[in-house]
Design a protein around this ligand. Structure first.
Ligand code: 5CA
Ligand code: ZN
Length: 409
């Protein structure tokens, strides 16, 4: 699949410190020191509805990671999937009478436009589930050979007991796991499973559902977790730097993914850091396509809202916090953008000497975007109050805000 066009990233003098992030698996901070090529996998959309502020917040958080690593002088290999075959997509298509492939293509195109408008740097590999099926099938067959997969009425399941490290990402107890599994696409009550938590690897073809050649598995379609694992291992290999997504993916998705990969390779861990963004709510509930309480990026854009203001609205919240989208959040961001633009539009200003390093330090400290915004606010306030005679300063500030925060002033 093709991704979306990159925006140019100004090169700043000096470089960012190494990124220290909260890691879900250890429950504490890890300082990641990637090799010359930093490797990150971020779970992509299921394209049955348009990009909402929750998606945009999560992808903006991981965009800060890509920008910070670029600023350390590294190449970044960022991989993102598109879950372009899964139950919710088929259910929506059936409900509206639309062809499911047309629905997926339309929403993926809209997502690309939204990501481009928000200046989110594209992944190096943007990979669909459907196009990956020929790679996924042998991975499931391998799990069978290893004795980690079994059959239930023609469907293939993964045995969580095959992984000694199972539970090592979420650390949830069995009852929480069971409840989350039922809520998030699992089937803990299906009879015939060895463990209620065991996730589906391959769903045998059903009448009226699309299916693909599964070689020894028979015709069918892949389960959700194995899709991301197969894509991540193909494009990044084991032991990459960050597995990312929203906190709703901690269990079962990232737990199961880690287990699949650990059993397949005999290595541990799947990723050096598991980084999860908080949930954005709207009108009191998690914003979600299934509930329909959505604020859409595309709708705001169509209403004439500057995407840079949307981006600033997202950056005003720490990526790990759960927060609620309101009109006031957007109004605040519009005002901040105006203030910053006015401040950098002058020919000179207060010195910006420590500003770039202060931005870098804030972002390297668990992606503290609100602290980074406060650094720029202070410079803009000084500009507004007394100005300054440094003719380089407005340019330094606008290049740093562009490179590190992705906001073009
Ligand atoms: N296709 C799967 C991942 S493989 C999926 O979860 N798709 S999604 O469209 O439901 O979500 C896409 C990304 O946005 C995921 O990383 C998810 O964790 C994140 N996300 C979904 N809803 C919210 C929300 N309300 N707030 C923050 N992030 C969210
Ligand atoms: Zn995923």
């Amino acid at each position: 699949m093709h991704a979306w066009p990159p925006s140019t990233v100004p090169v700043l003098p000096g470089q960012s410190p190494e990124l220290s992030v909260h890691d879900t698996a250890t429950g504490g901070r890890v300082t990641l020191v990637p090799g010359p090529v930093a490797r990150i996998y971020v779970c992509g959309i299921t394209p049955y509805d348009a990009t909402h502020m929750g998606h945009a917040a999560t992808y903006t958080a991981f965009d800060l990671v890509q920008r910070l690593w670029l600023d350390t002088g590294r190449e970044v290999r960022y991989v993102q999937n598109v879950t372009d075959i899964d139950d919710p997509l088929l259910e929506r298509a059936a409900a509206t009478g639309e062809d499911w492939t047309a629905l997926a293509e339309r929403e993926t195109s809209l997502f690309r436009e939204d990501m481009t408008a928000l200046r989110i740097l594209p992944p190096a590999a943007y990979v669909g589930a459907v196009e990956s099926i020929p790679h996924i099938v042998p991975v499931i067959e391998r799990l069978r050979e290893l004795g980690a997969a079994y059959d239930v009425d023609g469907d293939t399941y993964f045995s969580v007991e095959a992984d000694d490290h199972f539970g090592g990402v979420s650390h949830y107890d069995a009852s929480v796991m069971r409840a989350l599994s039922a809520e998030r696409g699992g089937d803990p009550d299906r009879p015939g499973k060895k463990n209620p938590l065991d996730p589906l690897l391959w769903r045998a073809a059903r009448p009226g559902e699309p299916s693909w050649d599964g070689a020894s598995l028979g015709p069918g379609r892949p389960g959700w977790h194995i899709e991301c694992v197969s894509i991540a291992l193909d494009h990044l290999g084991m032991g990459f730097d960050i597995q990312g997504g929203g906190s709703d993916l901690v269990f079962p998705h990232h737990e199961m993914g880690a287990s699949h990969a650990q059993v397949l390779t005999g290595e541990h861990p799947f990723a050096a850091g598991y980084v999860h963004a908080g949930m954005v709510a709207y009108e009191g509930e998690k914003m979600s396509k299934s509930k329909g309480n959505l604020v859409l990026v595309s709708r705001l854009r169509a209403a004439g809202v500057d995407p840079a203001a949307i981006r600033l609205a997202l950056l005003a919240h720490h990526y790990r916090s759960d927060w609620e989208w309101t009109d006031a959040v957007l109004d605040g961001a519009v005002r901040r953008l105006d203030r910053w633009r006015a401040a950098v539009s002058r020919p000179d200003g207060p010195p910006a000497d420590g500003l770039v390093d202060a931005l870098r330090a804030a972002l390297a400290d668990d992606l503290d975007a609100p602290a980074a915004l406060a650094v720029v606010d202070r410079w803009a306030a000084a500009q507004e109050a007394e100005g300054g005679a440094d003719i380089g300063a407005p340019g330094v500030v606008s290049r740093a805000v562009d490179a590190l925060l992705g906001v073009a002033l």
